[in-house]
Structures are given as C-alpha cells and as structure tokens.
Design a protein around this ligand. Structure first.
Ligand SMILES: Cc1cc2nc3c(=O)[nH]c(=O)nc-3n(C[C@H](O)[C@H](O)[C@H](O)COP(=O)(O)OP(=O)(O)OC[C@H]3O[C@@H](n4cnc5c(N)ncnc54)[C@H](O)[C@@H]3O)c2cc1C
Length: 439
C-alpha cells in the first residue's frame, strides 16, 4: 500500500527471530532509536513496525529539532538530543539532513511576545540561554520580510536545527540493523505474553517472539495497545497538516515561527510550511473519558485546537478494547495512519506567508500531508517502566514535539530497559505524574 509521504523505504527482515532480549513496538524515531541504542550495546533486539519505518508521525513532521519553547521537564532532554543530532550522521553513516541553522519565534506585539520572553527568562534560570532580538534586529535577521508587517521582536535559539523526517528514521533503522537489530516491517504486534507475572514474549501477526522486555513506542496507538494490558495510558489524538512549497528564493536559513505561520528550509531547497496553532482533534469516545484531565491544556497551550466530528467517532466506538493474540487487530487493518491534509489551512498559511515575507508570493504548492500526534495531558512524553506488567516499558506521548528529542528518548528507554542510570534524570518523564498506580 502506498502512503502520501516520500519516506525512504526500509525492507524488513524476512525471518522472525524466535527469541530476543527486547522487543520494541513501533518503528517511529523513538522505537528506532531505542533499538539502535540497544543493538549498539550488544543487546539482542527486534524492532516491530506494523507498516513502514517512519510512516506515521516521524516521517510527517516539520523537521524542527528544537530546545526553544520546551517545557522545563523536557529541556535537559532536548539539550542532550541536540548533542546526539550533532553526531548522528557520523554515528549512523548516513544523511539525516540535520543542520544547525537556528529556530526563531517572532512576535508582532509586546503582548504576543510576553510568553516567549517569560519562557526565555525561565530557561535562563535553568542555565539555558537564547537571544532576544529587538524589532530592528529581527528585521535584519529575517531577510525577505515585508516592511509593512514589522515585527516587535523575536527569541532566537542559534543551537536549534532541522532534519529531514523522510530520511532520518529509515537511516537510523538501517543503522540499527547493521548493529545487529532485527527490523521487522509489516509486522504488527498484537499483544504481550506474560508468564510468572512478567513479560515473556509478544504475539505478532507473523508469530511469537520470546523476550523478557518490551518497549511500547507506538505513537498514536500506544493508548489502545496498552489498554489491552489493563494499562490506562492517557493520550489524545491531534491532527496536524503541513506542506512543501517550491519557488521561494531569498529567505535565510533560520526556521521561523510566529503566531500564525511557520516555515523552514529543507535539504532539497524547498520549504516546509504550516499554519501554526491550527490543529484539529477528532472527537472520539475516548475524548469524553479523558476530557477533565485535558481541560487545563485545552484552555492553555492547546487552546487553538478545533474539534472535528466525523466517521472516526463511530469507527473508534466499534473498535474492541480487549482482544487475544489469535485475531486480526486494528494494528493490521490500519497499517499507516495517513489522514487527508486540511487544505484550507494550507491555503491560509500560503496567503499569510506571502503577506509576511515577499519571497513567498511566488511559492507553489508541491504537496501537503497530515499526521496524527499523540498528546499527553501535560504535553510531556512518557518514558517509564510500568509496574503492573514487569518487563513492560512505555516510551510514547511525545505531544507534537518528539522528533527533536527522539534520539534522547530512545537512549533513555534503552538505559531503563538495561537497568542503567540515564544521563538525563528520567523522573520528569515517569508515568508516576499521570498514573501513580502504574509507577
Ligand atoms: C504535522 C506534524 C508536525 C510535527 N512537527 C514536529 C517538529 O517540527 N519537531 C518535533 O520535534 N516534532 C514534531 N512533530 C511530532 C513528532 O513527529 C512526533 O512526536 C514523533 O515523531 C513521535 O515519534 P514516535 O516514534 O513516538 O511515534 P511515530 O512516529 O508515530 O511512530 C509510532 C509507530 O508505531 C507503529 N505501531 C503502533 N502500534 C504498533 C503495533 N501494535 N505493532 C507494530 N507497530 C506499531 C506505528 O505504525 C508507527 O509507525 C510533529 C508531528 C506532526 C504530525
């Protein structure tokens, strides 16, 4: 089945291993980096992906590798991840597209800039500095800006960067295989087996793999998968649309975000653009169950979210919540979440970009796509052992910003599985803060 994004194909291994030490579920950036790290350390590991490597969020994002704007719980992780991105091409012997060209958030008024300036001060108190640009400095920093739409200022993080989503995760998976990981594509994991009260294997659509540890890095599917094991992992699905445009000359290299627009230069010279704060959330039965928990973020950082009612409500309602390993599951009937992009938002983004930056007046749309983000109640990822199922770990819930921190999240998951102390304190990412009974 073809999908709407040009992610580099990875051919999976033909043979299913009988036994490994660790099975990682999900070939997005988090699962792939977990498998790569474990394989590099000599741990027998299998990476199971129900569709194609990087086929969901990890191949569909904007490609921003950012520290700027991070929740303080994730900032040390973002800094560690930046270091990993710096050495990634050499580590995996392939091009990820990583370039450290900076990311800026710009504002048109003092009121619009206030949260950014506050964030900058908080980050400084945590030892992380960014630059604050005056109106004049911002005008000089972003060539091509329409002088009739002047900025009031910007916050710029020079050590932020960008990478190419359709290149990075497949290249990491190939490196994992060269390091000894088994990489299995079109291989949905249906469920986890336990014996004597702990993980003893997984049941995949192609048969059983024995293992003593499982890492669930299933992106937007993690809640459904974990629910079958009696684990209530809170996740909301949010739909984001982005597009590639061509024919734009004369902009700088720095990725740019303002209240309504975002763009960054790509390795192929085109631009990935989006309308900021224009995400949609499909109304699903689960939303009602979780609504109270999500209310603060729906009124705060996700306040621009639009709710959309559609057929997915009924599909989700019909979906079984509990199943055994001998039946076809939703992970096989939907190989890849490949939703239709919201084209009115792309048209709006193009119009607003053309108004703000004259080089965008000649932009031509090449393609648009959408992706389903997995959002936790506090918009911070979870990397954590799950106490109720010994040997089972969750590394998921990246909340729309897991591409940049994916390498560090994968390393943290590998450390926890191996009983090592991660370089970055894992406690802020523990499940404890959301579900104390699972910690
Ligand atoms: C439009 C958009 C823009 C974004 N922009 C940015 C950005 O600029 N910067 C940034 O840092 N982040 C960004 N993000 C978020 C980022 O892409 C995600 O947080 C990150 O890719 C999540 O990685 P993951 O590995 O957790 O999940 P995914 O990439 O979604 O991977 C999960 C994988 O698990 C597989 N899977 C699930 N269940 C099973 C099963 N039972 N068996 C086998 N396989 C299974 C799925 O098929 C999927 O491939 C954006 C996301 C979107 C959608």
């Amino acid at each position: 089945m073809s999908i709407s994004i040009p992610v580099t194909p990875v051919t999976g291994d033909a043979e299913l291993p009988e036994q490994v030490e660790v099975v990682v579920i999900g070939g997005g950036i988090v699962g792939t980096m977990t498998a790569l790290t474990l394989a590099e350390r000599g741990i027998p590991v299998a990476l199971c992906e129900k569709g194609v490597i990087g086929g969901e969020q990890s191949g569909r994002n904007w490609g921003w590798v950012r520290q700027i704007g991070r929740d303080m719980a994730e900032l040390p992780l973002a800094i560690a991840s930046r270091e990993m991105w710096r050495g990634m091409n050499a580590r995996i012997g392939a091009e990820t597209g990583y370039r450290e060209t900076g990311i800026a958030y710009a504002f048109h008024s003092e009121a619009e800039g206030a949260p950014w300036i506050k964030w900058r001060e908080t980050a400084r108190a945590h030892g992380f500095d960014t630059r604050q640009l005056s109106a004049r400095e911002a005008a000089a920093a972003f060539p091509g800006m329409n002088p009739a739409k002047p900025l009031a200022g910007a916050i710029l993080c020079d050590s932020d960067g960008r990478a190419e989503p359709w290149l990075a995760t497949p290249a990491m998976a190939e490196a994992a295989r060269r390091a000894g990981a088994r990489v299995l594509t079109n291989c949905a994991v249906r469920t986890v087996e336990t014996s004597a009260g702990r993980v003893s294997g997984v049941v995949t659509e192609r048969g059983r793999i024995g293992c003593s540890q499982v890492v669930l890095a299933g992106g937007a599917w993690s809640r459904l998968f974990a629910g079958n094991l009696g684990i209530d992992f809170p996740q909301l699905q949010v739909l984001g649309t982005a597009a590639r445009v061509t024919g734009v000359e004369g902009l700088g290299e720095t990725a740019f975000g303002a209240r309504k627009i975002a763009f960054r230069r790509r390795l192929d010279g085109d631009y990935t653009i989006a309308l900021r704060s224009a995400n949609l959330t499909p109304i699903l039965p689960d939303n009602f169950v979780l609504m109270r928990e999500y209310l603060p973020s729906l009124l705060g950082s996700w306040r621009d979210l639009s709710l959309r009612f559609g057929m997915s409500f009924f599909e989700d309602l019909r979906r079984p919540r509990h199943w055994a390993g001998d039946r076809v599951t939703a992970f096989e009937t939907c190989r890849t979440l490949d939703p239709a992009p919201h084209l009115p938002n792309i048209r709006k983004a193009m119009a607003q970009l053309a108004e703000a930056f004259t080089p965008f007046a000649s932009a031509k749309l090449v393609t648009a796509w959408a992706g389903v983000m997995d959002v936790t109640p506090d918009s911070v990822a979870v990397v954590s052992p799950i106490a109720t199922v010994p040997g089972f770990f969750i590394a998921s819930g990246c909340s729309g910003h897991g591409f940049g921190v994916g390498p560090a999240l994968g390393e943290m998951a590998a450390d926890l599985v191996m009983g090592r102390r991660p370089a970055v304190d894992p406690e802020p990412l523990s499940i404890r803060r959301l579900r104390p009974a699972l910690a």
